[in-house]
Every structure is written in C-alpha cells, then in structure tokens.
Design a protein around this ligand. Structure first.
Ligand code: ADP
Ligand code: MG
Length: 449
C-alpha cells in the first residue's frame, strides 16, 4: 500500500464522519507527502486548511494512520499544492463503479443545491424501520408540493435522514430539471439568517429562498431557542407553503418534542406528513452491508457480514464505517477478511459502550432542556418532574439500579418515590407514543454519546 492508497483509505473513513461540505472544504487537495521515522507529513492547499486540520482533525488522522502503520506517532501539515488523490480501484471512496471520473463522490456535490449525487433512492435500502419515511419521500419526489407538505422525517443519529432528504432532492433534480432546489442544514440557515438580520440584507436572503420549488432543511431541531431565526423561517415557510412549493424537514425528534419552538412553527410542522425512521432490524442491516459492498466493489462472506451486522445495531453510519475499515485493512494486508481480523476491527470501532448514571442524567437533562440541579431538587414543577421521572425509569431499566440507590443519586429521594416514577413511566410508555419515541431517542443518545 503506497502513500496514495493509504491516504485514499483514510479519506474514505473521514468521509463517513464529516459532512460533504466539510470534507470538500478541508480534505480536498490533501495528500501524504511522506511517512518517515514515525512522522507523517500531509500536504494541505492553504494556511486555513492547515490550521483547521491541525486543530480539529490531527488526532483523528493520527489514529487512522496508526491503524495502517503502527509506527506513526506524529503528523505534520505543510502548505503545498499537489495533485489531488484519485479514487482507488476498489472504490473505498464509495464512488459509482467504473464511471472513470476523478475525485471522491463528495467532490461532486452541487454547490448551488448542496446535493450530493451519492445519496439517491437506488442506494437506499428499505426495511420495516424506514418504510413509511421512504414511501412518503418517494411520493414527495414524484409530485413536489402536491401530496405531503411539509414532509417531516425524524429519527436518531446515523439512521438515514440526510440520505433520504438528499435522495428527494436528487430525484426532483433529475425529473424536473427546471425546478429550483435548495438543501440546507439548519445550522447554516441559522447563520445565514442572523448575518442577514445584522447586515440588513434580509431581502436578499429571502429572494434566495422564496422561489424554491423544493426547500429541504436538515436537522431542524437546532432551531430550538433561536427566536429570530424562527420568526424569519416562519415567514419563508409560509410564503413557500402558500405557493404550493415543497418543504421537507428532518429532525432527531418529532415536532412535539422539540423544546423552545414557537407554537405556530410547531403546528406548521405538524400540518403535513410526519414519518419516523427507527432502528433497522438484522435483515435490513445485512441488506445495507451488501449494498455498501457493491459500492465498494468488495465481496465479503455472509458470515463476516453477519458478525458486523450483529455487533453494530444502532447506527447505520457506524455500520458502514466498520465495513470500510475492514475493507481498508484487508486491502492493506492483501488478505481476505478472516473472522479474527473482523473482530479485531470491530472491537476498535465499537468498544463496549459503558454507560453510567451520570450519562443518563446529563443526556436526559439536555434533552428536556432542564438543569441537572433543578432535577435533583425537590421542585414539583411539571417540566422538572417529567425528566426526573424519566431518569429514574432509565436508571432502573438500563442499569438495573436498586430503587433506594436511585433515590440517593437523585437528590436523596425516598425509594417509594422512585418506584412510583418507574411504574408511572413504564405504564405511560405503553400508550403514549410520544413518550415512547422520546425514550427511544434518549436511549440512542445515551448509547451513542
Ligand atoms: P442521519 O442524517 O439520520 O444522521 P445519514 O443519512 O447521514 O444519517 O446516514 C448515515 C450513513 O448511513 C450514510 O452514509 C447513509 O448513506 C447510510 N444509510 C443510512 N440508512 C441507509 C439505508 N437505509 N440504506 C443505505 N444506506 C443508509
Ligand atoms: Mg443527518
């Protein structure tokens, strides 16, 4: 494996952990200049990239390098123009096989629409966990503005929301070449709106979005608590909606569970179609792995794939990451993957997640936007009692802690209070779908953090 191949396989892994925009901005036109005496030198196109990679990605890059070459201890970045790395034959980059084009797929994302052609319906595996969201997305792409408006898709991290949203965009772009499409992550939209308000350029911003035939906003939960952004977004939303232009949103939770969201926006979000994506079952995870193998032009036995699918259950991005890693290792060592290698790689990407009471308390407090100190107090306010009871429930259900010990952790509450909370939440989950969703999302957050 030469330096180019090593870098290709590292970039392929980086791609799985950062957004296409970040990848194109910071990792494009980089390459390995040398690896000598445990020191790797990476070429970067400019000072900005140098600073960013040094500060944010140095550790990650050393980690990846070390997996391939155990002698690497340090990495340096040097500003130097080089020929960008080309895709390797076995396509660890995930490129469309044999298209003969240079560069990673991510380089091809459309600057204006922000769409990455890699995320299309053909590459999206449908299973019981995403059937509804997929069907609604298809129908929306078929007749934008006509069937479900807005379309609101929600689900946990790494479960395919962005993929599905982008697939709608790509499908509409292919079917209706004239239609204006915009995909924007909520953080970016928020920054744009705040800058426009400050700079007095709100009209320009509005004209950028107001005639969009398909407006896709990813991770809308980040709009929580941002009042000015919400006001402006409400205006854009209404204008588009009234013109029968299509709006598609994603979120890590249903509209009801987004805190600090204005009632008028919430009711808009609830006014169309809401579809969730839950966790893929084993068969679907296998199908996803097989699809990824095809993209990477590798063939692994079902035995190997099933070990991966059994180990990684909560996050498709991690599932994909594990496969890419095993592929990179086997390529490097010129091996067909063995069960041992597979297990070795899996234990490094999927170290046994240790969860503890602290994590449960922190994540739950965050989720419900309340302070730990209030939760541990004696306050009987409704917005405090709920997270408190949920924490007690989770401490019991996930850690099997005893009622008295939970009571002590929760600010010296009596064990009967804990028992009551546990029973109450256990019963409520049975017919309160929202609570059920909230607890699912919370568990996902706790196990993924
Ligand atoms: P989210 O936006 O929900 O965090 P992403 O859409 O970014 O998740 O998905 C994470 C990765 O998993 C992406 O590379 C995506 O292509 C892949 N993925 C998720 N679900 C599927 C699926 N059903 N079929 C194929 N690939 C999937
Ligand atoms: Mg996403």
């Amino acid at each position: 494996m030469d330096n180019i191949e090593i870098w290709q396989s590292i970039l392929a892994q980086v791609q799985l952990t950062v957004s296409p925009a970040i990848f194109a901005t910071w990792f494009k036109s980089t390459g390995i200049l040398s690896i000598e005496n445990g020191e790797a030198t990476i070429a970067v196109p400019n000072v900005l990239s140098k600073e960013c990679l040094e500060q944010k990605y140095r550790k990650q890059i050393i980690g990846y390098l070390r997996e391939i070459d155990g002698s690497v201890r340090e990495v340096f970045f040097r500003v130097m123009q080089i020929v960008p790395v080309k895709p390797q034959k076995n396509k660890l980059s995930g490129g469309a096989p044999g298209n003969g084009q240079l560069g990673f797929d991510e380089f091809k994302f459309n600057k204006e629409t922000n769409l990455n052609p890699k995320y299309n319906f053909d590459r999206f595996i449908v299973g019981p966990h995403n059937e509804l969201a997929h069907a609604a997305s298809r129908a929306t792409a078929e007749k934008p503005g006509d069937v479900y408006n807005p379309l609101f898709i929600y689900g946990g991290v790494g479960l395919g929301k962005t993929h599905l949203l982008q697939a709608i965009g790509n499908e509409v772009a292919a079917k209706f070449p004239g239609k204006k499409i915009r995909y924007v992550p909520t953080e970016k939209l928020t920054t744009e709106i705040i800058n426009a308000i400050r700079g007095g350029t709100i009209e320009a911003l509005r004209s950028k979005y107001l005639d969009t035939a398909l407006f896709i906003i990813d991770d809308i939960q980040f709009i929580s608590g941002k009042d000015k952004t919400q006001d402006e977004f409400f205006y854009i939303f209404n204008t588009l909606y009234n013109k029968n232009l299509q709006i598609v949103l994603s979120s890590d939770r249903p509209p009801k569970a987004i805190t600090e969201l204005s009632d008028r926006l919430r009711s808009r979000f609830e006014g169309g179609m809401i579809a969730d994506i839950s966790l893929p079952d084993f068969e679907t995870r296998m199908a996803i792995l097989k699809e990824k193998c095809q993209q990477l032009e590798i063939s692994f036995s079902d035995e190997i794939l099933s070990v991966i699918a059994q180990t990684i259950q909560h996050n498709v991005r991690e599932l994909e990451g594990a496969l890419t890693k095993i592929a990179a290792h086997t390529k490097f060592k010129n091996l067909t993957p063995t069960m041992e290698l597979c297990q070795e790689v899996l234990s490094s990407v999927n170290p046994k997640k240790i969860i503890n009471p602290k994590k449960i308390i922190q994540e739950t407090a965050n989720f419900y936007d309340s302070k730990e100190k209030d939760i541990l107090s004696d306050s009987r306010k409704k917005e405090i009692v709920k997270p408190r009871q949920v924490i007690m429930y989770l401490l019991r259900s996930e850690l099997n802690a005893s009622f008295p010990s939970i009571g002590r952790k929760m600010g010296n509450k009596d064990h009967t209070t804990v028992m009551h909370a546990y029973k109450k939440i256990s019963n409520q989950i049975k017919d309160d779908q929202i609570l059920q969703e909230e607890i699912n999302i919370l568990k996902q957050k706790i196990y993924n953090s």
